[in-house]
Design a protein around this ligand. Structure first.
Ligand code: SF4
Ligand code: SF4
Length: 156
């Protein structure tokens, strides 16, 4: 009986496709929910730093002024926290693993010149508005002080 079962299984396997793949001779097939590596849509990043603060491995860093986002893929454990926490949803977990290397190299993504220029202009405008508001507040304070001093003056 056991021989019959074995022969049946052998015969079935002989005519069916192998369950293994021919990787690396053929591209690897990743499952839909594979935790491969993190990618960023850098122009959508607002530089809030949420991803850097929640990363348990401290593998991310950002420079808001230069518009860069840097990851050391060799330290990333693909936990997906940064993807979950990003308020702009510009991080995604993509299939495909980090290629092995002898050095722990970092990868830096930089925003496009157009976006960097628009952000610099926005910062300039905000700084200008803040300076104007400060100047107006100081002028108001000085006017109030002058009025109070005037009221305190003895009549005559
Ligand atoms: S997936 Fe996890 S370990 Fe990797 S960068 Fe994001 S938070 Fe850090
Ligand atoms: S959490 Fe998202 S928006 Fe904020 S710095 Fe990271 S990638 Fe950019």
């Amino acid at each position: 009986m056991a021989v019959m079962t074995f022969a049946g299984a052998a015969l079935k396997n002989f005519f069916s496709k192998p369950v293994t793949t021919k990787y690396p001779a053929e591209p690897a097939e990743y499952k839909e929910r594979t935790r491969g590596h993190i990618e960023i849509s850098i122009d959508d990043c607002i530089g809030c730093g949420m991803c850097t603060r929640c990363c348990p491995c401290g593998t991310l860093s950002i420079d808001k002024i230069k518009g860069t986002w840097t990851i050391n893929r060799f330290d990333c454990i693909a936990c997906g926290f940064c993807v979950e926490k990003c308020p702009k949803k510009c991080l995604t977990m993509v299939a495909g693993y980090q290629t092995p290397d002898g050095e722990k190299e970092t990868v830096t993504y930089t925003k496009s010149p157009e976006v960097l220029e628009a952000e610099a202009k926005q910062r300039e405008e905000m700084a200008k508005k803040a300076a104007e508001a400060k100047k107006a507040a100081e002028a108001k304070k000085a006017a109030e002080a002058a009025k109070a001093a005037e009221e305190k003056k003895p009549e005559g």
